[in-house]
Write a protein that binds this ligand. Sequence first.
Ligand SMILES: Nc1ncnc2c1ncn2[C@@H]1O[C@H](COP(=O)(O)OP(=O)(O)OP(=O)(O)O)[C@@H](O)[C@H]1O
Length: 272
Amino acid sequence: MSRGVVEIEGAGLRFGDRVLWSGLDLDVQPGEFLAVLGPNGSGKTSLLRVLLGLQSLSAGEARVVGKAPGRGNRKVGYIPQQRAMDEQLTLRGTDLVGLGLDGDRWGFGLLGAGKRRRRIAELVESVGAESYASSAVGRLSGGEQQRLRVAQALIGEPEVLLCDEPLASLDLTHQRVVSELIDRRRREAGTAVLFVTHEINPILSYVDRVLYLVNGQFRIGTPDEVMNSQTLSELYRTRVEVLRVGGQIHVAGAQSALCEDEVHHHVDERVS
Ligand SMILES: Nc1ncnc2c1ncn2[C@@H]1O[C@H](COP(=O)(O)OP(=O)(O)OP(=O)(O)O)[C@@H](O)[C@H]1O
């Protein structure tokens, strides 16, 4: 197997006495779609923060496209958790998308202005946001904002796309639209996708492998290898039933396994 665009070796992360995960070895290949699952507080977002260079590992190493993680790595795109933007925000959709452009690469000078505009228009079109891209983003719906965030993350042509629950609070139609956009990028450009989610079903047909984190333990494998009663029961250390119904995965019992945890999990019984 070739070297991954994300390489993680012997990685551990702890805060005080609390070990989020340790001994994590993971290579993500170009074009691979990796779902990162696990209950609240299991360290999913922290893993993305490590790869963004915002959080240091307590042990081991991580490399992203051959380099130590660092802020402003142009080869890394990031789609943050869906949050409504301030209604007063007057930034236009095209401005938001343009924020994802890197000055050195695309040129901010006068000569680059036309090129920059064209590039933004291309991305706006690719996410089907033409009709509202000139509006103030604060006035747009959550789904419209999220499409623009996808365009912003893709405009720098990333080799690795880090997505932190990008579908949360979107309706089913927009979940499909946004996940299809992300899948298309990895198919057409070979971008590797690390997709943090509580709900695997909307992306199940795209997922190559799952990294499932629970209470400091983890499993990595295909959805079939990880999302089964035996593996999840081992991870949660209690009986968990995984049912496949109509091409979807339903997980029962995981919530009760976590009741004694300090966090009030809103664990989705169907997945986590
Ligand atoms: N800088 C920090 N210092 C101390 N604790 C931290 C820090 N960053 C994260 N944590 C803790 O680490 C745990 C994991 O957080 P993280 O956001 O990675 O979880 P998550 O799996 O993404 O959870 P969720 O599903 O709720 O978003 C949390 O309990 C959090 O409070």
